[in-house]
Design a protein around this ligand. Structure first.
Ligand SMILES: [Zn+2]
Length: 172
């Protein structure tokens, strides 16, 4: 009956051929060579990567073969030991947001303590009470390390352990 000529050109999406970017180069023996990362994107040495407070804590990915790595949310990682690759973007965004907010909340206390101590020191200095500054600063340090920090750390560790862990599957 009514023969409809379907436009076939809609089916084939033209122009997507340039999409596949060569992320990993296959080596001669089936090893996957990691893509060279530009210097600016490389993980910096040190305790914490800059910007991790606002961008969120790193995600620890443990491979089935025993290797592990700390990744930023949304990055991919290919295990150097066995070649499995993992994609942290598979973690639900809102779950990761919870962790990010939690970490940020617990970062606030040391910042507030420090800010209060500095403003008190400035206040005492300006009011000519230098002696009070010499008493204040050590007592703030003692107060922080002896009284505030241990329960603060325990609270953070407990809050973190209540959060879910994810079972990231290798993309194979
Ligand atoms: Zn592995």
């Amino acid at each position: 009956m009514g023969k409809r000529a379907r436009s076939r050109s809609d089916a084939g999406e033209g122009g997507s051929s340039g999409e596949a970017e060569p992320q990993y180069l296959k080596g001669p023996f089936g090893f996957q060579r990691r893509k060279r990362i530009p210097f600016s994107e490389r993980e910096r040495l040190g305790h914490e990567a800059p910007g991790s407070v606002l961008r969120g804590p790193p995600i620890t990915v443990g491979c089935e073969c025993g290797e592990s790595a700390e990744l930023r949310y949304g990055t991919r990682w290919t295990c150097p030991g066995c070649g499995r690759s993992y994609d942290t973007a598979k973690i639900p965004r809102e779950d990761y947001e919870k962790i990010r907010k939690l970490q940020f909340r617990y970062r606030l206390l040391p910042i507030v303590v420090g800010a209060v101590a500095i403003s008190l020191a400035v206040f005492f200095t300006l009011s000519g009470n230098i002696f009070a500054v010499f008493v204040l600063l050590p007592s703030v340090l003692v107060l922080w390390f002896m009284l505030l920090r241990p329960p603060h750390r325990r609270g953070f560790q407990k809050a973190i352990s209540d959060l879910p862990t994810w079972d990231l599957r290798a993309d194979s």
